[in-house]
Design a protein around this ligand. Sequence first.
Ligand code: B1M
Length: 233
Amino acid sequence: MSDDEQDIVLSELNDEELVLQMHDDLYDGLKDEIVEGVEILLERGWTPYDILTKALVEGMRIVGIDFRDGILFVPEVLLAANSMKAGMALLKPLLVETGAPRLGRMVIGTVKGDIHDIGKNLVSMMMEGAGFEVTDLGINNAVEAYIEALAEHQPDILGMSALLTTTMPYMKVVIDTMKEQGIRDDYIVLVGGAPLNEEFGKAIGADAYCRDAAVAVETAKDFMSRKHNQLSA
Ligand code: B1M
């Protein structure tokens, strides 16, 4: 950290400067500063969603670019990820406790071979906030883990996340296994993750690809209301 940075008092920055500083602090993996930044923005009346998207997710997008370009390496990105998680932990209770009526159940997990979980965690948080009961299976899930969780929790929705081009095809393994077992149509299958797109979602037989957490919530609500309409028809 430079002398200049040591002198920065986060609470004295205006909103725009603070958000830019948080991008820098996330890049530098400064967990305490990220937590402080989130607290300040909350005190200033920012919504948890705006803090998530404008300060944290945008900061991580910048980290991703330099990771891709070989400027940042795994240990640094891990520090950034941990800082982001600390910020998200502060926002989670605010996003989750909305008092929204129960809309349905979801089981979600990152697929086998993949340990990225920030995006999935964000989707879980937003889904809970929207009124879904979420069972989060964590990372690196083999097909058996998904199938067992479906049997145990009987969710309306199965969500899968993948961040690597090498792990995203595993989603098809899960969907194909569901088809083999005759249970595919019992669930709404939503998929997401940075390397996916709508075409991929269709090709593997998912019900929908969700670009981000907000789209996941809207898509889930949409499918749930269609399901209720079918049941009451
Ligand atoms: Co990784 N990594 N990483 N990494 N990492 C990427 C994904 C990469 C694109 C970076 C890059 O090169 N630019 C690249 C993948 C390249 C590719 O496959 N084409 C990559 C690589 C190569 C790797 C390793 C192989 C590096 C190495 O070891 N040499 C390794 C793989 C480990 C493994 O999984 N087996 C690795 C490791 C790591 C860390 C451990 C250091 C860390 C993960 C920490 C953690 O998650 N706990 C990490 C990180 C942080 C990233 C980047 C920088 C950021 C990912 C992130 O958290 N984004 C990432 C670069 C990038 O994505 N641009 C990168 C923020 C998050 C909010 O966004 O996850 O996209 P995202 O989630 C969004 C949407 O995608 C969507 O909603 C979310 C919220 O809006 N969404 C869903 C996600 N899941 C959903 C599920 C749904 C719906 C929507 O279900 C319904």
